[in-house]
Design a protein around this ligand. Structure first.
Ligand SMILES: [Zn+2]
Length: 330
């Protein structure tokens, strides 16, 4: 019998189990809940995961809801949901790991002899590579920031890179961060998966809380991907126009205080425009953050009056490199 962790894959059944992912400081096991839904007909296996960053709960909740609502009679192939991939970080409600300080999504492919997070990255990549044909990785702005709804794909000239872009165009978002040759960020799980020949797309949506809209957008993005892959009936949507972004500028505060945003997510700013500022507890502006380039898409911004410490990620401005339209049905 085929299994994912301890969950059995049984046609026309939803099953639950866990993946073993190392142990906590007290020796107790980290068991990552796994949700498996298998259709009657054979088909691809799609792996959908959340909470690689522990404070990004919207993806986790949406995976659980999607699984509960999924109609097995319409499913072809297998859905595998892992709501929380990074349990220590989730328990701490923090982006990085309390065990070793690592940002899990910067250290793939990991190391089976490394720190906890390096071992976890290795376990995840090995398990996913044995199991999945396609991967969707759900993210948000975390506790302190929020993001618009957009997708990220690690595009390159391989079959997996091209298929990732093809899938990204069909998931309901009209903004695609097309990350090429790891120029922006290194060590992401999706980039490693594409290297391993598995198409993978990251979905970004919301942050700080999980609204009904965030849940709907996350679930629709999964459903649209599964429609595109003919795992569910219906047509995946094609947008009238796509905005392609690449070449990230990440902004970290230099001063502690309260963050005062000067723009919204989804805005397009030009060089010199104010992104936001930091106010100290006397009401003085101690720092201003300005956009360094023209035609830059605001892909994340801190919440209004969010308390920040020096070195905190507070905004992302990503240059638009292309806008294009697609023929319907292509
Ligand atoms: Zn994230």
């Amino acid at each position: 019998m085929k299994t994912v962790g301890t969950a059995e894959v049984i046609p026309e059944k939803k099953t639950k189990g866990y993946l073993h992912a190392g142990t906590d400081t007290d020796g107790s096991p980290f068991q990552l809940p796994v949700l498996v839904a298998a259709g009657k007909e054979e088909g691809p296996t799609i792996w959908v995961q959340g909470c690689i960053h522990g404070d990004e709960y919207g993806g986790a909740a949406s995976i659980i809801r999607f699984f509960q609502e999924l109609d097995l009679s319409k499913l072809r192939g297998t859905f595998v949901g892992v709501p929380v991939t990074n349990l220590p970080s989730f328990k701490a409600r923090y982006r990085t790991s309390p065990l070793d300080g690592a940002n899990l999504n910067r250290i793939f492919p990991g190391d089976p002899k490394g720190t906890y997070s390096q071992r976890l990255a290795h376990t995840l990549i090995s398990t996913i590579s044995e199991t999945a044909d396609y991967v969707i990785d759900l993210h948000s702005g975390g506790n302190g920031a929020y993001v618009p709804f957009y997708v990220i794909c690690d595009y390159n000239d391989t079959e997996a890179g091209k298929k990732s872009l093809w899938l990204a165009e069909r998931m309901g978002a009209d903004v695609i961060w097309r990350s090429e040759a790891e120029t922006d960020i290194t060590g992401t799980g999706t980039a490693q998966l594409v290297k391993n020949g598995i198409p993978a797309v990251t979905v970004e949506c919301g942050g700080g809380n999980v609204t009904e809209d965030h849940e709907r957008l996350f679930k629709e993005s999964i459903e649209n991907a599964m429609k595109a892959l003919e795992m569910l009936p219906g047509l995946a949507p094609i947008q009238n126009e796509y905005t392609v972004i690449n070449g990230a500028d990440f902004f970290f505060t230099g001063q502690g205080g309260l963050f005062v945003p000067a723009c919204n997510v989804g805005d397009v700013l030009n060089k010199g425009d104010l992104l936001g500022s930091v106010m100290n507890l006397y009401g003085d502006t101690t720092e201003e953050l300005h956009c360094p380039s023209d035609d830059a898409y605001i892909a994340a911004i801190g919440h209004r009056y969010w308390p920040v410490h020096p070195g905190q990620l507070i905004a992302e401005a990503i240059p638009v490199i292309e806008r294009f339209s697609k023929e319907k049905g292509s």
